[in-house]
Write a protein that binds this ligand. Structure first.
Ligand code: FES
Ligand SMILES: [Zn+2]
Length: 148
């Protein structure tokens, strides 16, 4: 019997996503995985297939991927979410108040490959005025990336 049900989606918008349907609700950590859907580029699909071959169908049992390519970054978020270990370091919707740049926009740029504050600034125009948001941008980068 399924007591509760939730969906978790991680994505690089317009490119790749993983959606997991599982037991649980927003007040508890995710429970048993019921269904996994993933769509994306060749590299992303290839990674998902390899992981499935090595570690089985239950994505919640997969190891946390180490890479900083966009596919690994997305899968890392999903595995950590399923373990109840996802602790994103910045909770407000907007990170750059001077330029009204959302946290989401900055995060998407990082997933897509903007791995330094300079590149994030170039791509999103965050941190181009007072600069006080720059440490927050750096925090999000640090959280998203695995240092070697
Ligand atoms: S808050 Fe981002 S430049 Fe001022
Ligand atoms: Zn992709």
């Amino acid at each position: 019997m399924i007591l509760s049900y939730m969906k978790i989606k991680v994505e690089l918008e317009g490119r790749d996503f993983i959606e997991v349907e599982c037991e649980g609700d927003s007040h508890s950590s995710p429970g048993r995985v019921l269904k996994v859907t993933h769509v994306g580029c060749a590299e992303f699909m290839d990674m998902m297939q390899k992981m499935k071959r090595h570690f089985g169908a239950d994505i919640s049992k997969w190891p946390v991927p180490e890479g900083n390519d966009h596919s690994s970054i997305l899968l890392r978020e999903m595995v950590l979410r399923l373990r109840g270990e996802w602790k994103f370091p910045y909770q407000e919707d907007e990170v750059c108040h001077c330029r009204t740049i959302s946290t989401h926009a900055v995060d998407q740029a990082i997933i897509a490959g903007a791995h330094t504050p300079e590149v994030v600034t170039r791509q999103t125009s965050a941190s181009t005025a007072c600069g006080t948001c720059r440490p927050e941008v750096q925090k999000i980068i640090n959280y998203r990336l695995k240092s070697a």
